[in-house]
Design a protein around this ligand. Structure first.
Ligand SMILES: CCCCCCC/C=C/C(=O)SCCNC(=O)CCNC(=O)[C@H](O)C(C)(C)COP(=O)(O)OP(=O)(O)OC[C@H]1O[C@@H](n2cnc3c(N)ncnc32)[C@H](O)[C@@H]1OP(=O)(O)O
Length: 728
């Protein structure tokens, strides 16, 4: 776990816990033993701490977190014990850093007396994203090096800094070229004693004159931008304690704030999210088709068809990852508009200092716009982003099949259509796959990849690998109408329309959802995505199923239907783009949503016409109805084999819909509420709303709820009555 060796008068302790040297109890104990051995050996004059493999250390071992008692236990060796041993050691200790030096890893480095790193190293405190704070004195030590403001920014944001930036801040003493170990040993040999100010607890916090002002400003920002999250607030308070209190009291305050977070439901949700994102990328269809054994096709060039909002965003994601793109539109006018859109997105990046003007120009060099689809003949992968119409997509895929080289992967950005129906228009269904991006495609992190019955493992591996290359979080799901994202979101939003039909106004519903933690209420989301888009999807579906939607339709095939959205559409209110939808906006394309009495009139008249009596609906009922409807559909996705594990559904909601990370995702939320209760409430709503089929409880949910025990989320799929794929 920690390997000890001696190079002349220098003891080298290598942290070894692959893949990221997470500081497990065993590693911390090994490190402690190593330092003590060096202290006890009179031939040793200085000590180097270094990481084995790719990184110095990714910080404390998160898998050990659930056992809070272990973290605080006075028995055994904790990060704090070893930290004290390092700091009080009379032989200089040097941390030699490469890869990442995060969390507890950076705390170890800050207990050390000197810090060296290679140019590519990254240093930071990502704890806030796990719902906690750097509890091994990081909140008291970092400010003593970088001052209050920088420490506050680093700890509250959780964002790492590069080695050059860390050198500038004074976190690093030196950046070294060449072999890190050789350089560190050489450096350590030049050291004899530990000066007083190399023990950070002895040093006051520099540049803290305006700490009160910075604190207040940051607190206001957190409350606005990270509404509902408690970890950033505790992080901020802990850093402030470094200024307000002497070191010995500051660490006590840090401990109290740390424990508050560690035992919180938010930390459980955020830590679950960390692992579920990783679990979701591990796809498994069979022993010969899975993420471990399946090889991808390298994507050196790509094509994007359709230069509208989605196509342009997709092109930007590829281009900014260094993949040359051929962008195809049907005519030069649309093509020109697409190029302008791409340029304006990139220009936005320049403004935000995410890239320089010259980097933007270089990116544009690898964009090849064209109106000739034949230009795609030799690209490795194509993403189609044309209008959501099956016939149109089938014609396009049939054409591509004839034009493109045999191993080109053909992707559709459809958000709802069955991939098998698109694939059947080609002679290469094994190369056809769904890549469902979320708007805006260059920003939203989720990529819902969709396989059909004929999609090959090689094709799946290709899009899963590409997703990571373009910095997306991929989830693989099976084809069906709406896949996982839209299937579950549909039930959520439909239930909320029913709530409006029964008594609440759209802004009242949105306020409840935003208080729950959603970044935007569902009616604001509708306005953003376009009321006309939703209307067209409903019309297409109705036509496909042989129904005629009129604005006074209350039931379709015996199912409850709410026509208020159709009435909003018919009033010419298409959403933000027209300056009015469920809300009134300051201008077409405006962002400020205001309550519009005209919308309220549409709703009230609708209820009057249908003889519906409106009632008060509680916050609890609203949350239960939308969340439990989505959760029940989530269980059905598992039963149907559309998703293979609950973590996939949660990752989709976290990164596709901005579900609050501290709640883990809808399925994790269900686990926290308790599946017995969720099941009972679903049965209750079924009794009250028998004409809504999403209240028929999933069989899998029923089985778990009736099992009489609290089944952990990792075991839910064992209760699937029709398992179609295995878990890894
Ligand atoms: C009184 C109290 C005293 C105690 C106070 C303790 C205070 C300290 C707290 C902490 O340090 S919390 C941890 C802070 N660190 C992090 O949040 C880092 C998280 N990890 C990452 O950012 C990334 O994993 C990475 C290290 C940058 C590597 O990224 P990469 O994309 O290369 O690989 P991944 O798929 O993300 O990870 C590979 C593998 O490693 C597992 N892993 C990573 N970090 C940890 C960790 N800190 N603990 C446990 N496991 C970790 C990750 O889950 C992957 O596992 P598999 O999916 O392959 O099983």
């Amino acid at each position: 776990m920690a390997e000890y060796k001696e190079i002349d008068s220098v003891a080298v302790i290598e942290l070894k816990n692959p893949p990221a040297n997470a500081l497990s109890k065993a590693l911390v104990t090994g490190l402690n033993n190593g330092v003590k051995r060096a202290i006890d050996n009179p031939r040793i004059k200085s000590i180097v701490l270094i990481g084995n493999g790719q990184h110095f250390s990714a910080g404390a071992d998160i898998t050990e977190f659930p056992r809070v008692a272990d973290v605080t236990s006075k028995q055994g060796v904790s990060l704090l014990t070893v930290g004290d041993v390092i700091e009080s050691c009379n032989k200089p200790v040097v941390s030699a850093i490469h890869g990442v030096c995060f969390g507890g890893g950076l705390e170890i480095a800050l207990f050390s007396h000197y810090r060296l790193a290679v140019q590519s190293a990254k240093l930071g405190f990502p704890e806030v994203s796990l719902g906690i704070l750097p509890g091994a004195n990081g909140t008291q030590r970092l400010p003593r090096v970088v001052g209050f403001e920088v420490a506050m920014d680093m700890i509250v944001s959780g964002k790492p800094v590069s080695a050059p930036q860390a050198l500038q801040y004074g976190i690093l003493d030196k950046i070294v070229d060449g072999d890190l170990l050789t350089a560190a040993v050489q450096f350590a040999k030049t050291l004899n004693t530990v000066p007083h100010d190399r023990r950070l607890k002895n040093v006051p916090v520099p540049n803290s004159e305006n700490a009160n002002k910075h604190f207040e400003e940051k607190l206001a920002k957190i409350k606005q931008k990270q509404r509902g999250y408690i970890a950033p607030i505790n992080c901020l308070k802990a850093v402030k304690a470094s200024v307000d209190l002497p070191y010995s009291e500051g660490v006590t305050k840090e401990f109290q704030l740390f424990m508050e977070l560690m035992s919180s439901a938010q930390a459980r949700g955020q830590q679950y999210s960390f692992f579920s994102e990783r679990a979701a990328t591990k796809w498994y269809l069979s022993a010969s088709k899975n993420y471990k054994v399946s090889k991808d096709i390298p994507v050196k060039t790509a094509g994007v068809i359709g230069a509208g909002t989605m196509g342009s965003g997709i092109a930007v994601s590829l281009l900014t990852s260094g993949i040359p793109v051929i962008l195809v539109e049907q005519d030069s006018k649309n093509l020109e508009r697409g190029i302008e859109l791409i340029k304006s997105i990139l220009q936005g990046g320049v403004k935000l200092k995410r890239m320089t003007q010259s980097q933007m120009n270089q990116i544009l060099q690898i964009l090849q716009p064209t109106t000739k689809i034949e230009d795609l003949q030799s690209v490795d992968l194509i993403i189609e982003a044309v209008f959501e119409n099956l016939k149109l997509k089938q014609e396009l895929f049939s054409k591509l099949d004839k034009i493109c080289k045999r191993d080109t992967v053909l992707c559709s950005n459809t958000s709802t259509l069955d991939i098998d129906k698109i694939a059947k228009s080609t002679s290469r269904p094994e190369k056809v796959v769904g890549t469902h991006f979320f708007a805006p495609a260059h920003i939203m992190p989720l990529l819902e990849n969709v396989y059909g019955n004929h999609t090959s493992a090689e094709t799946i591996a290709t899009v899963m690998k590409l997703s990571k290359k373009i910095r997306k979080i991929p989830v693989l799901v099976k084809t069906c109408h709406g896949f996982v994202a839209n299937r579950t979101f549909f039930e959520y939003s439909q239930e909320l329309r029913f709530v409006v039909e029964e008594g609440l106004l759209p802004n009242e519903v949105d306020d409840i959802l935003e208080d729950f933690g959603m970044p935007m209420g569902v009616f604001k989301v509708n306005d953003l995505s376009g009321i006309d888009v939703g209307w067209r999807i409903r019309q297409e579906q109705a036509i496909a199923n042989g129904f005629n939607l009129t604005t006074n339709t209350r039931y379709i095939n015996g199912e409850r239907y709410c026509a208020i959205a159709d009435k909003i559409f018919q009033a010419g209110r298409y959403g933000r783009k027209t300056g009015k939808g469920w809300y009134q906006y300051d201008k077409p394309g405006g962002r400020v949503a205001m309550v519009d009495p005209n919308v309220n009139n549409i709703i009230l008249n609708h209820c009057k016409e249908l003889g519906l009596t409106r009632r008060k609906i509680s916050t609890q009922e609203v949350i239960e109805r939308c969340m439990f409807a989505a959760i029940n559909e989530g269980f059905r996705c598992l039963e149907d084999g559309i998703a293979s594990k609950p973590e996939e559904i949660d990752t989709i909601w976290l990164h596709g819909f901005g579900f609050p990370r501290y709640r883990g995702g809808p399925m994790f939320y269900a686990s926290q509420v308790g599946l017995r209760k969720v099941y009972e409430r679903i049965k209750y709503y079924q009794k009250h709303f028998p004409e809504t089929s999403h209240w028929i409880a999933s069989e899998m949910l029923q089985r778990i709820a009736e099992s009489g025990r609290n089944v952990p989320i990792s075991e839910w799929t064992k209760f699937n009555p029709t398992p179609t794929s295995s878990r890894l």
